[in-house]
Design a protein around this ligand. Structure first.
Ligand code: SAH
Length: 213
């Protein structure tokens, strides 16, 4: 698969659509314009890659809708060299957006099939997250904590306490909370003990699943 002039044209259009929907951060829009989303999809779906829609990526999972990716990323307010933890690697598209903003990214995926496929894809594409981890993101990644930002890309029935505790003071946790439908929730750690909570609209995600073993 290749990246062509036509693909770039479609990405510019997609970025315009996201901007019209309210995405303002030029670095986030630049990531949308740059990253070849069609390469993150199975080849049958290539034609749909630059519509603002979620798509199946196998193992009953989906690549998030571009608007959702842009919205969550904007909320993180990433600065170069920020350390970011992503829960739900999936296709790796969100990871690539975080890397484009020059974050140091740790990403966790619980589906082994997807984990293997996406890890291989990252090396093929020369995307370099700090670490791609096969495991349960519910627990976070205590050995690399604290993080400047944590992004959860699956719907969480409740907010895992471990993720709150792994934020730096000043750090941000962006997490869709809910079962059938999720409320995008931003927690900002104000001090060791205080968190500010903001609720920012409804979304639909595949579920965040806890490993019960
Ligand atoms: N960021 C991805 C979104 C994938 S959908 C993308 O842009 O493509 C959400 C992903 O979260 C799925 O791949 C799912 O397997 C994964 N997931 C669900 N529960 C998880 C958990 N507890 N830990 C890690 N990953 C999880």
């Amino acid at each position: 698969m290749k990246d062509t002039h036509k693909h770039r044209g479609m990405r510019n259009k997609l970025a315009e659509t996201l901007s019209a929907k309210g995405i303002q951060d030029v670095k986030v829009l630049d990531a949308i314009k740059t990253i070849p989303r069609h390469l993150f999809l199975d080849s049958g779906f290539e034609d749909h890659a630059y519509q603002d829609k979620a798509f199946p990526i196998g193992a009953e999972q989906t690549i998030s809708q571009p608007y959702t990716v842009a919205f969550q990323t904007e909320l993180l307010q990433i600065k170069p060299n920020h350390t970011i933890l992503e829960i739900g690697t999936g296709s790796g598209y969100q990871t690539a957006v975080l890397l484009h903003l020059r974050a140091k990214v740790y990403t966790i995926e619980r589906q082994q099939e997807l984990f293997k496929k996406t890890k291989l894809f990252f090396s093929k594409m020369h995307y370099r997250p700090k670490k791609v981890i096969f495991g349960d993101g519910y627990k976070g990644l205590p050995e690399q904590a604290p993080f400047d930002g944590i992004i959860v890309t699956a719907g969480a029935p409740e907010v895992p306490k471990s993720l709150m505790s792994q934020l730096k003071v000043g750090g941000r946790l962006v997490i869709p909370v809910g079962v059938e439908e999720q409320v995008m929730t931003l927690f900002t750690r104000k001090s060791e003990k205080e968190f500010e909570k903001q609720e920012l609209g409804s979304f639909r995600f595949v579920p965040l699943l806890e490993n019960k073993n």
